[in-house]
Design a protein around this ligand. Structure first.
Ligand SMILES: *Cc1c(COP(=O)(O)O)cnc(C)c1O
Length: 374
């Protein structure tokens, strides 16, 4: 249950016009899956991103799954995936019967290390297993090193899935995140920067691949009066009711980015005097939506002291993502690591970062942290 006093890590924040789009769906009885809000939401995202085609889906995970399917990833293929991420980046590789191989992070953006990526590709090619795809992630909204990663993908001619689930509103040298890979994906899960309560999108390079994604996401029905299938389909399309929420959320996306970036600045200004706390800075040309503000402390014990002190006051914070190569489910997967994601997991903490936090909430949080570190 939502209570007034609890402070959440990242809770939904409606803008105001969502209900009118949802009401439109009710008024016109477009409750059954498809309808004008679906097309409208896709148009809104396409206008925002520019020069790409968008298919809205039931989740970001579904979008990654379809991206891998469209690339042709199948049984016995290997896919290189950022280790420092949420499990949904990697699970669809397993859905396809393929094998994930995990790549550690570099220290500037905490995302996929271009150096380790190339080492891994060379290793796999030497073993006659050229990787079929790469999944790179803009974690916490911070763009990965796009030029370096793209150059390697191009050099070895490997398609790239850009997991932009946490990075709608971020950009790399003024190019929007989500548009920088072979396919991009977005998530509108309840904790993301904008939400449809649950949902996602596939960002495709052209109309043909978008249409293919829509076809697969609606049970792959061939053109016939009866139900005819020559492909395995999925039930992955976004509903017209939820797309209505998305239309309202797109109207306030820029404000949401601004509010989250302000949270980051507030935390930084009020905590950076502690020499034991590090913030993730934007390299030149990198623009993060600051989905979650993350800090790195000096030790696991210190991180836990802060987390538990916040919890005692009913404030939610969370350790950084546990790397995939340390997850029980992926323990037998090959990995190329350098210790960076392990150290981030050990010492890092996500602070409450919702766009709906007020000044009082923020002061309460920094006061607790300051007292803990005194
Ligand atoms: C949220 C998230 C996903 C999955 O999106 P869902 O809409 O929850 O399925 C994938 N990758 C990352 C990095 C995420 O944070």
């Amino acid at each position: 249950m939502l209570t007034k006093t609890k402070i959440y890590l990242s809770s939904p924040h409606m803008g105001g016009s969502e209900e009118s789009y949802v009401k439109l769906a009710f008024d016109t009885n477009w409750i059954a899956p498809l309808g004008p809000n679906v097309n409208g939401f896709e148009n809104d995202i396409e206008n925002y991103l520019g020069d790409k085609k968008v298919a809205v889906l039931s989740s970001g995970t579904a979008a990654i799954h379809l991206a891998l399917e469209l690339i042709g990833v199948s049984k016995s293929d290997e896919v290189l995936c950022q280790s420092f991420t949420f499990s949904a980046s990697a699970n669809p590789i397993i859905y396809q019967g393929a094998t994930p191989i995990f790549i550690d992070s570099e220290p500037e953006t905490w995302n996929m290390s271009p150096e380790l990526l190339e080492i891994a590709i060379k290793d796999r090619i030497e073993n006659y297993k050229k990787p079929k795809a790469i999944v790179a992630v803009h974690l916490y909204g911070m763009p990965y090193k796009v030029d370096e990663i793209n150059a390697i993908a191009r050099k070895y001619d490997i398609p790239l899935v850009e997991d932009s689930a946490e990075a709608l509103g971020s950009s790399y040298f003024n190019r929007k995140c989500g548009t920088l890979g072979t396919y991009g994906i977005l998530s509108f899960n309840g904790n993301k920067i904008i939400t449809t309560s649950g949902g996602g999108a596939l960002i495709a390079p052209d109309v043909t691949s978008k249409e293919k994604a829509v076809f697969l996401s609606t049970q792959a029905r061939d053109d016939a009066p009866h139900y005819e299938h020559s492909n395995v389909g999925y039930n992955y399309r976004m509903s017209n009711v939820l797309a209505g929420i998305g239309r309202g959320q797109m109207e306030v996306l820029d404000e949401r980015v601004e509010a989250r970036r302000k949270n980051f600045e507030f935390y930084k200004q009020n905590l950076e005097h502690h020499q034991n706390i590090e913030f993730l800075e934007e390299p030149q040309g990198f623009y993060s939506n600051r989905w979650l503000t993350c800090i790195k402390t000096r030790s696991f014990e210190e991180r836990e002291r802060i987390r538990l002190a916040l919890l005692k006051q009913d404030i939610e914070s969370r350790p950084l993502w546990k790397p995939m190569h340390l997850q029980p489910i992926f323990k037998n997967c090959l990995n190329f690591t350098n210790g960076i994601s392990e150290s981030l997991f050990e010492k890092g903490l996500c602070l409450p970062s919702g766009s709906n936090l007020n000044e009082q909430d923020l002061y309460k949080i920094i006061t607790i942290i300051n007292n803990t570190l005194k």
